[in-house]
Design a protein around this ligand. Structure first.
Ligand code: T1G
Length: 696
């Protein structure tokens, strides 16, 4: 239950906000602010009011847990609270510490004065939720920091240091010491100097070349916004702050807010926001589970993955010992790591000095003995169970008691890997995605015997290296690769049936994926998929062969790394070029399989690829491999380029309607060239569809 505390400090009434964790401006808190200001107004001894939050947050904005619930629009809504502040007769000072985000910053701008801790950060991030500031931010911010800065902040949703606006009326003062004391002193000074209210709405706003500026800005925003309606609505609202009276500008803002909050894009972005925060919750691992200190890390393998993994820990200031078997491979890995830092310095993303400090934390070695005292070892060696066995038996011998032994395997059985040691409770999967120092997704693979302490430690460490960690159970391919296997298979089957690589990729990219399945295969490397298929062919001899993909691999066409795959590539240029050679291979394979090519619609391409993800995702969910549907969404949003404006495969299926998804799947199942066993609607999907329910 959120609440506010009302305290008198001489002539100043202090209203403290208490709605952990970030003072989300939920109904109770909004009510408390109004009641507190009313109380101050009724007390003749009170000459000024201070509103303050916690050290961590003045306010993280509207309580987005209320979105879509009656509480969100329950009076006093946030706009009502802020309009109410506009009617008060006594000066109200916002004392801001930590963050003031969204509605939190709007509340502060509704006050007459603002004092902030020097390290405060501010943002109007609403656009990232597919909406726009809905409590006067688009009208007040331009009045406080000027039109251009305001438009930038609102359209980007960026979080910036409050200090950026020193000297502007957005912040009257910065507190270097104790915020409340400084705020009280500031309020006392206002009283002594007889400075009364100063309403932001009364401030003037202008731009010397307003029409031209908004035209120019609009073109740029239109380009950038693509599938998202909110950025242009932000521009219209800020423009109204210049060309319309304050209250008319507010109306433009409110109308835009009412429209945007209903859009699919906003619902998807809000889903993604909560989904990302939900991934770290493990029902049977309490928040207070003890964790181990990870003060040093060992990485085995200095190839693309190993060196990328190492960079994550160097960035977090954790020393890394990187091990290879041969000096030449070790040198190559170290050189790659140094090159990454040099690149960041060149781009101005970090200072040369900082880069040096990070690289100095790297200790290359050829000896396992140097890993004997590290707190965590992550192996990124060849994806072969025999090799993993050698590595883990060795680690079991040399690593200290309590060291966490992690595998970066992308598909192999982690329980089997753990069985190569006498300490399976210390074994876990940390599956990074290439490039490991860039991709946010980390699949944390929980073995049968992985201890809760090791799990909790891994989740905490993931946050420290700025990864979005998703727990996966043990199965072939875990969550992401298991689903992408089905997705890729459907694309390959449609190649057999009559589609071209270009058509498939274009249809999927039009749906919103960053990259179509065949371009992605060329990027990841056809040989990787080929190795997995060959393993599957061995394990399941009656499995349908992917003839076209196998044929291209037999020709050595592994994609970008060999200059040709489903497309051809000009050296040094990643842009896929149509290759008539591939058309010939496809034609030959169709003839061998006795397939007469047919026209395949873009809708069929999207349904077979996306519903393959949904159907396999539903199985992953019912097997307990994923903890929740939104985790599967996060895997796909952060690891596989699924369009964020559609919220992830499971959320998208909810939006389509699970009954409609089941109907489409049953239709796909009639196609003799597909795997009719796979296209049985997953039992969980069929059940939810039957009951009119959703995954999320
Ligand atoms: N409402 C409710 N809960 C929130 C919240 C919010 N606005 N922001 C964060 N949380 C929860 C989050 O779910 C998590 O909960 C915990 O706080 C810690 O979050 C009218 C309509 C504030 C910078 O978009 O950017 O105002 O899982 O892990 O890294 O114009 O959270 O622990 O139970 O992210 O320290 C606009 C979004 C709303 C801010 C803190 N505001 N939040 O970061 O912690 S729309 C936002 C953030 C609006 C008005 C409109 C960050 C943070 P739990 P965390 P953090």
């Amino acid at each position: 239950m959120s609440s506010t505390q009302y305290e008198l400090h001489g002539r100043v009434a202090v209203i403290s906000m208490h709605n952990p964790p970030v003072n989300g401006l939920g109904y109770e808190l909004r009510r408390g602010i109004v009641d507190g200001v009313k109380k101050a107004e009724a007390d003749d001894n009170v000459k000024a009011v201070v509103i303050i939050g916690s050290e961590q947050a003045f306010s993280g904005g509207a309580d987005i847990r209320e979105f879509g619930t009656p509480k969100m629009m329950a009076e006093p809504t946030l706009p009502t609270v802020i309009n109410f502040l506009d009617t008060t007769t006594k000066p109200v000072v916002a004392a801001i510490g930590g963050v003031a985000m969204g509605g939190g910053l709007e509340l502060a701008m509704g006050c007459h004065y603002r004092i902030a801790k020097a390290d405060t950060k501010v943002a109007l991030p609403e656009v990232k939720l597919g909406i726009l500031p809905g409590a006067g931010g688009t009208q007040r911010l331009p009045r406080l920091i000027g039109v251009e800065h305001a438009l930038n902040l609102i359209v980007s949703g960026a979080t910036v240091p409050a200090a950026m606006f020193k000297g502007s009326p957005l912040f009257d003062e910065f507190s270097q010491g104790e915020l409340l004391q400084d705020a009280l002193a500031f309020a006392e000074k206002l009283i002594d100097e007889g400075k009364g209210i100063r309403r932001v709405r009364d401030m003037k706003v202008s731009h010397p070349k307003a029409e031209a500026f908004f035209m120019w800005a609009g073109n740029g925003i239109q380009q950038m916004a693509k599938n998202y309606p909110a950025p242009m609505k932000c521009l219209e609202a800020v423009k109204a702050s210049v060309f319309k009276k304050f209250d008319d500008g507010i109306k433009v803002e409110r109308d835009a807010f009412a429209q945007l909050i209903q859009t699919e894009e906003s619902k998807s972005l809000r889903h993604a926001f909560f989904a990302e925060r939900a991934t770290s919750k493990i029902p049977d691992v309490p928040e207070d589970t003890p964790t181990r200190d990870i003060k040093s890390v060992g990485v085995i393998g200095a190839g693309t993955m190993g060196s990328g993994i190492a960079i994550n820990f160097l960035n977090a200031g954790i020393p890394v010992r990187i091990l290879e078997m041969k000096q030449e491979a070790l040198d190559r890995g170290v050189k790659h790591i140094q090159g990454v830092y040099e690149g960041r310095v060149k781009k101005g993303k970090m200072t040369a000095e900082d880069a040096e400090k990070k690289v100095a934390l790297l200790q290359p070695t050829l000896s396992y003995d140097d890993l004997s005292d590290v707190d965590l070892v992550i192996e990124a060696v060849f994806e072969d169970m025999g090799v993993k066995q050698q590595v883990f038996e060795k680690l079991d011998q040399i690593c200290k008691h309590g060291a966490i032994l992690a595998s970066n395997t992308s598909t192999l059985d982690l329980n089997k890997i753990a069985s190569f040691t006498k300490r399976p409770e210390d074994v876990i999967g940390l599956h990074f995605f290439s490039p490991a120092n860039v991709m946010k997704l980390l699949e944390v693979v929980r073995g049968e015997k992985t201890s809760k302490e090791v799990l909790a430690t891994s989740m905490k460490l993931a946050k420290k290296i700025k990864k979005t960690a998703v727990i996966s159970g043990v199965c072939d391919g875990f969550i992401g690769n298991r689903m992408v296997g089905r997705y890729q298979t459907e694309a390959l089957l449609m190649l057999e049936e009559g589609a071209t690589p270009q058509q498939i990729d274009k249809a999927i990219e039009k749906f919103g994926f960053v990259m179509g399945p065949l371009r992605m295969a060329d990027l990841a490397g056809g040989d990787i998929g080929w190795a997995i298929r060959k393993r599957h062919y061995e394990e399941k001899p009656d499995m349908k062969r992917m003839v076209i993909a196998d044929r291209l691999c037999e020709m050595g066409r592994f994609g970008q790394k060999t200059g040709a795959g489903f497309y051809k590539y000009i050296p040094g240029n990643r842009k896929p070029q149509h290759d008539p050679e591939v058309d010939k291979v496809i034609e030959e394979c169709r003839k061998e399989m006795g397939i007469t090519p047919r026209k395949i619609s873009d809708q069929e391409i999207v349904e077979r690829c996306v519903y393959a993800l949904v159907n396999e995702g539903a199985r992953i969910l019912e097997e307990g491999i994923a903890q929740r549907a939104s985790d599967i969404d996060i895997v796909y949003l952060t690891g596989y380029g699924f369009p964020v404006f559609r919220g992830g495969p499971m959320f998208y299926a909810d939006q389509v309607g699970l009954l409609n998804v089941v109907r489409a799947i049953e239709k796909i199942r009639e196609n003799p060239n597909t795997d009719s066993k796979f296209w049985e609607p997953a039992p969980l999907l069929a059940k939810l569809a039957d009951e009119g329910k959703t995954f999320n």
